[in-house]
Design a binder for this molecule. Sequence first.
Ligand code: 13P
Length: 407
Amino acid sequence: MEAFVQIPVNSSFFQQNVKLNLRQKSLGAPRARVARSVTLRMRSWGVRPGGVEKFADELVETANKIASPGRGILAVDESTKTIGKRLATIGVENTETHRRGYRELLFTCQGLGEYISGAILYEETLYQSTRDGRPFVDCLRNIGVIPGIKVDKGLAPLHGAALAHETWCTGLDGLSERAAAYYAQGARFAKWRAVIQIAPGGPTRQAIFENCYGLARYARTVQDQGLVPIIEPEVLLDGDHTIERCAEVQEEVYSILYNLCQQQGVFLEGSLLKPSMTLPGADSKQQVKPDVIAEMTVRTLERTIPAAVPGIMFLSGGMTEEEATINLNALNSRPRKGPWALSFSYGRALQQSCLKSWMGKDENVRAAQEALLARARANSKASLGKYVPGSEPTLDVTGTFEAGYKY
Ligand code: 13P
């Protein structure tokens, strides 16, 4: 079904999707001759109805903005417990005031929107304001960053699994209502992190299916409420496996995931993927160069990720800041068949230098913001394949890998 609609030229949908066309059509005609509105042939997108059809254009617009060239995501959705571990490394107590102060530093960083398109928040943060009362969501919008929200409720043991360490991701109960409330508060995208671990005898099919089912169910549920789902099937770095084994597991996981997304009616054009890169396990002796990581990662993605998905935003998974940037740069420095943007959604690999520069002190806020900007700029360049190793500062020399990492 197709329809003709009037779209005002100053709407954001127009700016993103129509301006270029119109410019081409008018072939240099004076701007004054361009009508104030344009008749457009809208696509129906062919989505399975249930709510998502109402938001389809907006979901596509949001997903494409997040994956726009040279920009990526700042993941700052650490749970209260996890941010406590980060603050402990700089000797800062885990109080609401300190958590709020740290996030204020991030969200008032002028210039960040040039490199960062979206920020994933934890629920507490979505409803917080600056010290002088400006809501964080407004601060983010002011610097050109789209607010997003972590909506899963964490990992739980997978009862009945053959391997005791396997987990599933909780949070489907009440998700629809929570997603609607987050949208009302200003969030426009969501994140759900499911975890798969490579180990002798694993991951089991049960763990793969359970986690992929949860991701697909979540994705469609939040789309019905207007949030772009970031689908995160994290294949952990834990283990001594080779890069080839990692590729094999990721291929299986992503194939099952997108099959289940199709079954659940997920609108792929309005979604994003957040995978780990294809890497040897943290305890593996295998030494692999960035160009091999890039080749294996792109091969895995090309075999499994539909072309309809606009962007693939990698997690950093415990790599150092510089490693994560160099690998992203390698990914964007080679030819590929896949049409998606390859960018970043880094948590640890964007915040280490910033935290270490801050140390909880007001007088260090500007230095901490400069450190954040430097890593954001580095990853922005890497997402375009233009990063020169060592050209931006970092204070993260050891990395933050942690076995069995919880977010
Ligand atoms: P890291 O980049 O620290 O792995 O975290 C990103 C994230 O959002 C994990 O869910």
